[in-house]
Write a protein that binds this ligand. Structure first.
Ligand SMILES: [Zn+2]
Length: 413
């Protein structure tokens, strides 16, 4: 475990920040969070972040996409000296009905780690940054990690601006309403150059650390994953007067696809999910004339994921349907030397892969030295109000993060 001994003030600050955030964007009925990009709730969260940074005397800047970066030390002077900063942080937005930890743990944890380093009297030899990435979950506009994707150019500015929410509001319009300039969107080399290393603290979205008996682990890589749209044709007709033999029911093909994806994933050691469907006309007493499902498939081995997809293709072809790839992300490796260095420094922490995408993965794909720390989640559940981590485990994560910054932004880093 981390050698850093947490100061009582760090723990108290963590609890206070957590308490402040609990009330923001929560749904009273479900207990889940509705914190979507470029909304009133998002504005409140950004203001909260700015306030915490101001209280610590950190210099807050906003990049071309609106991601918030708060600096302890001058990142540009350091860059000019060839010594870019060490950045920690995560995101504050949520999925619909999301949990409290996915994202906020990394932001609150980063601020608490800064408090800890100051209690320790740590004098960084290079600047330390805390980032709040915007729109990580893609809950409103459909593209995950939009904040980091836009500034790295992985998501083009024109495409980002034209993304549309369920009410028909484009991202460009939402940015304008939030008082920012959609014309500014694009790759942001100035911001990226300041980041010499990025470490994201995050709640684990699974139970590996429970099984391994550790409160904290180091992330090694993100599984390859893809999304496919599957369209099945049919013919609308009356549910009472059309004989079974005469029907062209689009939903039968979709149902067969969903079961085939599940079986194939079981056989290949992957995971496959159809969590969203669209049925036309969508009436109880009408046979479906069109059915669309979105397949999400991931696994440790990219070839195995593609074999799942091949089996899905076969079934869909039997029903004269169409499979369209919407995205494919190969395995993302975090910086192997950084991963080893962190695991060793932290006393031999377990190194684990994750099936979920993160801003740290987007930065890693852009060539930035990146890694993650995961905090044990006893429920294993994520993207739900049941997502949880104990305060002690969160504090272990913060101690580990402070220790990593001490290493990377210290004299020997
Ligand atoms: Zn997250």
């Amino acid at each position: 475990m981390a050698t850093t001994k947490l100061h009582g003030g760090t723990a108290a600050g963590f609890r206070r920040m957590w308490h402040d955030l609990e009330a923001l964007g929560v749904d009273g009925d479900s207990g889940g969070y509705q914190r979507f990009a470029l909304t009133r709730e998002d504005h409140d969260l950004r203001e909260w972040f700015a306030g915490e940074c101001a209280e610590r005397g950190l210099d807050l800047t906003t990049d071309r996409m609106g991601n918030q970066w708060a600096w302890w030390g001058d990142p540009d002077a350091a860059l000019a000296a060839g010594d870019p900063g060490v950045v920690i942080g995560s995101h504050l937005d949520s999925v619909p009905d999301g949990g409290a930890f996915d994202g906020p743990l990394g932001v609150v944890g980063a601020l608490a780690a800064v408090d800890q380093l100051r209690h320790d009297g740590f004098a960084p030899t290079r600047p330390v940054g805390v980032v709040n990435f915007t729109d990580e979950e893609g809950a409103r506009f459909g593209v995950a990690c939009a904040g980091s994707r836009v500034i790295t150019g992985a998501l083009g500015a024109d495409r980002a601006r034209s993304l549309t929410d369920r009410d028909g509001v484009t991202m460009a319009e939402a940015i304008r309403r939030a008082g920012r300039d959609p014309a500014a969107l694009g790759r942001d080399d100035e911001t990226l150059a300041r980041v010499g290393a990025f470490v994201e603290l995050h709640v684990e979205q699974g139970r590996r650390l429970v099984d391994l008996g550790h409160s904290v682990g180091v992330g090694s890589d993100i599984w390859p994953h893809g999304r496919w749209r599957v369209d099945l044709p049919g013919e609308a007709n009356h549910a009472g007067t059309t004989s079974l033999a005469e029907r062209e029911d689009a939903l039968l093909g979709l149902a067969a696809m969903i079961i085939a994806a599940r079986r194939a994933a079981e056989g290949e050691g992957c995971v496959a999910t159809v969590g969203k469907v669209d049925v036309v006309p969508g009436a109880v007493n009408a046979i479906a004339s069109r059915a669309t499902g979105w397949l999400d498939a991931r696994g440790a081995d990219p070839d195995a994921v593609l074999r799942v997809l091949a089996q899905v293709h076969d079934v869909v072809a039997d029903f004269d349907g169409l499979v369209t790839q919407e995205s494919w992300t190969p395995t993302t490796d975090f910086d192997p030397a950084l991963v080893r260095r962190m695991a060793t420094r932290l006393g031999g922490l377990p190194v684990i892969a994750t099936g979920a995408g993160h801003d740290a993965g987007i930065l890693a794909n852009d060539g930035i030295r990146s890694a993650m720390l995961f905090v044990r989640n006893p429920t294993g559940v994520s993207h739900s109000p049941d997502e949880w981590a104990s305060a002690d485990d969160c504090l272990d994560g913060i101690a580990a993060l402070a220790d990593v910054v001490t290493d990377l932004a210290g004299a020997g880093g």
